[in-house]
Write a protein that binds this ligand. Structure first.
Ligand SMILES: [Cu+2]
Length: 284
């Protein structure tokens, strides 16, 4: 089975974090294997959301592949959407404005919120409408995310870019001395179909509906062929499988061990040392 490899080049350590797809359903005409040094695109990071501000949903042209415009469905013109970074116990507020042509809601994945704030499909906001999402952040520190949750439209909306990080901090975690700031790196992993580059065309056939809509072109934070220069120190990577259906095998190319310290619900009781793991997508 051919492995499609990527991405994080640690120039000083020579390490590569690779994503290898355990299944291959599409010929990959764009596969280049490991990217030689000096090629690829610098890893992008979504902007941080200003708590209390507006989250405006609409189409926006984004340079995903160099020199080419992708029409995305994005929040405030950003793909992936802006990252929420907030402390447990504070109140999150976002004024959602639906400037798109279809109904939409925001579901706060993994977060414990009141029913009317949960972005249930029945509470979709019509085109031109708006809604204020506001709730106290009750969850402990962890990496959560938000995404579209409109009836029958969720998969397409997410594929077109409507999703983002929701990162919760709390004093207990801060007290552990884990890597923070520039050493705390969010990585949203998604796959798109190279046959449609540069567009995020969502056109599932019967098999896709049965097995899930899979792409063959991996994007990290919306970056193809991404690289990221590291310092020789400890990093925390916050992985989010924002793909519609794909499962990834996560490993370093030299099989060096690393530690899993948290899952969907926050920190584990103990770190687990591994050399790889399979990463399933988040459930909607
Ligand atoms: Cu979800």
């Amino acid at each position: 089975m051919k492995r499609r490899e990527m991405i994080f080049r640690a120039l000083q350590t020579g390490a590569l974090l690779t994503l290898a797809n355990p299944v291959q359903l599409f010929a990959d005409k764009n596969s280049k294997g490991i990217f030689p040094k000096g090629t690829g695109n610098p890893l992008r990071f979504p902007p941080v959301f200003n708590n209390g501000g507006t989250m405006a949903l609409g189409t926006a042209n984004v340079n995903v592949w160099p020199g080419q415009n992708t029409e995305t469905l994005s929040i405030n013109g950003s793909y992936p959407g802006p990252s929420v970074v907030i402390e447990k116990g504070s109140t999150f507020t976002a004024n959602f404005v639906n400037n798109y042509t279809e109904p939409a809601t925001i579901h706060w994945h993994g977060l414990n919120v009141p029913e009317l704030m949960d972005g249930h499909p029945k509470d979709s906001i019509p085109p031109g409408g708006n809604y204020t999402y506001t709730f106290p952040v009750l969850n402990r520190a962890g990496t959560y995310f938000y995404h579209s949750h409109a009836d029958m439209l969720t998969a397409e909306h997410v594929y077109k870019g409507f999703a983002g990080f929701f990162i919760v901090d709390d004093p207990a975690e801060i007290g552990l001395g884990l890597p923070r700031g520039n050493f705390d790196i969010p990585l949203c992993i998604q796959d798109r179909r190279s046959v449609n580059i540069p567009q995020f065309t969502y056109n599932p056939f019967m098999l896709d509906i049965m097995h899930g809509f899979l792409g063959d072109a991996p994007l990290i934070n919306g970056t193809p062929d991404a690289y990221f220069d590291l310092s020789r120190t400890l990093y925390r990577f916050r992985l989010l499988n924002g793909s519609n259906a794909r499962i990834y095998k996560i490993a370093f190319s030299d099989n060096r061990p690393f530690h899993i310290i948290a899952t969907d619900g926050g920190l584990k009781d103990e770190a687990v040392q591994v050399t790889s793991f399979f990463y399933h997508r988040g459930e909607n």
